[in-house]
Design a protein around this ligand. Structure first.
Ligand code: UDP
Length: 479
């Protein structure tokens, strides 16, 4: 029987900001349970980290994690570092499938020569890319789903023809699926819809198929108690280990505030924390749309006007856009910054977990990216949902129907929420009886996070179970 000291896993992660930090945190949780972790990711991550932190590359393998460290290994996806992968996703995916996959396979093969890896944990986006090498090396594969179990369940049921679905061209068709609230097609992840670019949709088709063939374990960044019916209903199809939420330790009061678990794609403006220090408790609206969404001019105008009219304090993240991107010319409405001086602060990037943990923050106007949502839940901060695409419409539905810790802006598909609608939502989460009830539910949810992550909690037990299952599978294969 192998001792736990010998267990090594490899995590293969893509470069997205919303993925790299949860990956790091999962790695740290595995390390705390005496598992050796190697993170394999692209040189783009390496470059962004080095630029943002201004550190020499040799220090990357010194990310402190208790007494152990994560081993980082990088490969090239075949494109130059300044290539706009979000804008040219088809070229990126093709390069990743060809040159990237080859480089990644070579790296993984070389790593496996010096270490006995029990399992490769892969980001679903890269699943097909590692199929060949994992088969050749005979290393079982798990995938780390960075979204709630609900979006996995909907996608799997659709792409594997488990349930019957209505016409996905009609956003108002109603669907009832096991373990999920009543949904409309417009609440589905957009990567399922016929209108989604076929090369991106194919990733989901392949991923769901791989669950029936190559993937041995599915690990989800969620909490069992948040999605009991959804997780139970998946147990006979493709069981899920619920190990979340993957947030920094300081958010769950295990540690002091530090950046140990963070890789930032842009420079963090920490001065906003000092600014928050001077604001009364529960007085500031925090606005951020994650690392991918870029607001249009109309959207910036409507949010800005609603903030101005609300008379509330706000902290707004507007990340730097890539040169040449469509929306890099967005500007605030004339006079906005002057009229909101003192009560408004705009930054290009912040430590969002620190911001959400700050007592001055009253609510979070967000695109409903899952990492943002689990951070908000962990901090007990109510949400104003402004979902864009991908998994965000489904997550928004979870916020109002299951979590009940926020409100969602009401607007038609392909339209922009009006100034009045944004103002209405701000009022609803910040003023009156309804706001008090939303806040109470947000605080209750926060408690559920602590319980899930403490020793013997559902997520802690799920990680233990995963490690045991990986060890058993390894022993069986070696017997
Ligand atoms: N984030 C951050 N600073 C910011 C804005 C966002 O650190 O100013 C982080 C946030 O904490 C979260 C991630 O970026 O971990 C965004 O992930 P999410 O899944 O919410 O959205 P995505 O970027 O994938 O659209």
């Amino acid at each position: 029987m192998a001792t736990m000291e010998e267990v090594s896993v490899m995590i293969v992660s893509n470069a997205a900001q919303g993925h790299i930090n949860p990956t790091l945190r999962f790695a740290n949780r595995l390390i705390s349970k005496n598992v050796h972790v190697t993170i394999v990711t692209t040189e783009l991550v390496q470059n962004r980290i080095l630029n943002a932190h201004n550190v020499p590359s040799t220090t990357l393998n010194q990310q402190p994690s208790q007494n152990k460290q994560i081993q980082f290994e990088f490969f090239s996806d075949g494109l130059s570092l300044d290539f706009d992968r979000e804008k040219n996703s088809e070229t990126f995916i093709n390069s990743m499938k060809t040159i990237g996959a080859k480089n990644m396979s070579t790296l993984i093969t070389n790593l496996a020569k010096v270490r006995d890896y029990y399992c490769i944990i892969v980001d679903p986006v890269l699943l097909t890319n590692i199929e060949n090498v994992s088969n050749e090396l005979n290393i079982p594969v798990a995938f780390l789903w960075m979204q709630p179990c609900a979006t996995f369940s909907i996608s799997y049921r659709y792409f594997r023809n488990v349930n019957s679905f209505p016409d996905l061209n009609n956003p108002n068709e109603i669907v009832q699926l096991p373990g999920l609230p009543l949904l409309k097609v417009r609440d589905f992840p957009t990567y399922m819809l016929p209108s989604f670019p076929p090369h991106c949709r194919q990733i989901m088709v392949d991923m769901c198929q791989a669950c029936d063939t190559n993937v041995k374990w599915v690990i989800a960044n969620t909490v069992y108690e948040w999605e009991v019916e959804g997780v139970k209903s998946m147990s006979s199809l493709s069981p899920v280990y619920t190990i979340g939420p993957l947030v920094s330790d300081f958010m769950i009061e295990k540690n002091d505030v530090s950046n140990n678990n963070m890789i930032n794609m842009w420079n963090v403006e920490d001065s906003c924390i000092d600014w928050l220090d001077n604001k009364p408790n529960s007085s500031v609206i925090y606005i951020a749309f994650g690392s991918i969404v870029v607001l249009t001019q109309k959207e910036v105008d409507n949010i800005a006007n609603a903030l101005k009219n609300s008379k509330k304090s706000f902290l707004w993240v507007i990340k730097p856009t890539l040169k040449g991107s469509e929306n890099d010319a967005t500007e605030f409405p004339k006079g906005f910054l002057e009229e909101t001086k003192g009560r408004g602060l705009v930054v290009t990037w912040c430590n969002q977990e620190k911001v959400l943990s700050h007592p001055a923050v009253a609510c979070f106007l967000s695109h409903c990216g899952w990492s943002s949502m689990i951070e908000s839940v962990t901090a007990g901060v109510p949400v104003i949902g402004y979902p864009y695409w991908l998994d965000q419409p489904t997550i928004a539905k979870i916020i109002v129907k299951q979590f009940e810790n926020g409100v969602i802006l009401n607007y038609e598909v392909n339209e922009v929420p009006s100034v009045e609608e944004i103002e209405r939502c701000i009022k609803e989460v910040m003023e009156g009886q309804e706001a008090k009830e939303i806040k109470k539910r947000a605080v209750d949810l926060k408690v559920s996070v602590k319980k899930a992550l403490e020793e013997g909690g559902s997520s802690d037990k799920s990680i233990d179970q995963f490690i045991n299952d990986v060890v058993d599978a390894h022993n069986l294969a070696k017997a």
